[in-house]
Write a new protein. Structure first.
Length: 248
């Protein structure tokens, strides 16, 4: 089904029947992607007395309990409440769901013992000045990202200057295929998070960061419309399903 979206007084045509899902599925075992030193998600039949919530075990329905951490266990979208003393819910912050987006692919550069994304790399890669959302795919890009165990691996991250540059360009929604925009072990500095949200200035409460996406190599760099939906959890972060639509 084709439709037209008007954005900044310009019409864009997309085909809603051709979604490009860039989220990771959540699985209740050790093959699920994982970070931040927590156990894998669990999905298991609810048990109460003699009742076991499984059709295979004799119940009339499958009735699973699910335990997971949105930050550690897959695609999630977070708001500035992730780093504030006062509670802020991504379910309240995110109240519109379609955005003009640009997808770029970058190979993080070496800096000391780290691999990082710099301001210069972003300046060279970003072409659309009107995009409200930026989707970053990092290289190398293989399907192993869906099952990777990231704890204690020092994954690539954004430099503070890079996050500040995105804020100054007006990027409101940042999506990346890494566990975090910040260094795994930074003693709580969270420089990229704070720079993107302007934490020490006028906080951008409307801005979101989505981590742990996966963009297959079959999806070309360029402009898209992004549909960003989160599960309606009243929490600083929630599992999400970002979907791209090619502009025709």
């Amino acid at each position: 089904m084709k439709t037209t979206i008007t954005y900044k007084k310009k019409d864009y045509k997309i085909n809603l029947s051709k979604p490009l899902d860039i989220s990771m599925p959540l699985k209740g075992d050790q093959t699920n992607v994982n970070a931040w030193y927590v156990n894998h998600p669990k999905m298991e039949p609810h048990k109460a007395g003699d009742f076991i919530g499984s059709v295979a075990a004799g119940a009339s329905t499958n009735f699973n309990d699910i335990s997971f951490n949105p930050h550690a266990h897959g695609t999630h979208t977070e708001c500035v409440g992730h780093i504030t003393k006062d509670f802020k819910s991504v379910n309240k912050v995110l109240n519109s769901y379609f955005f003009l987006a640009e997808l770029i692919t970058l190979a993080p550069g070496k800096l000391g013992d780290d691999f990082v994304i710099s301001k210069k790399q972003l300046q060279n890669a970003i072409a659309n000045a009107d995009a409200a959302a930026l989707v970053i795919r990092t290289l190398p890009n293989t399907a192993t990202k869906i099952t990777r165990q990231y704890s204690n691996t020092n994954p690539p991250y954004l430099l503070e200057e890079a996050a500040m540059y995105l804020r100054e360009k007006g990027i409101t929604h940042l999506l990346i295929d890494l566990p975090s925009v910040d260094k795994e072990k930074d003693n709580g500095a969270l420089l990229a998070h704070k720079a993107f949200w302007d934490f020490n200035g006028v906080i951008r409460n409307e801005a979101t960061i989505t981590e742990f996406i996966y963009v297959p190599n079959t999806i070309a760099d360029g402009d898209y419309f992004l549909n960003l939906q989160v599960a309606p959890f009243e929490n600083d972060a929630s599992s999400s399903r970002p979907v791209l639509y090619k502009i025709e």
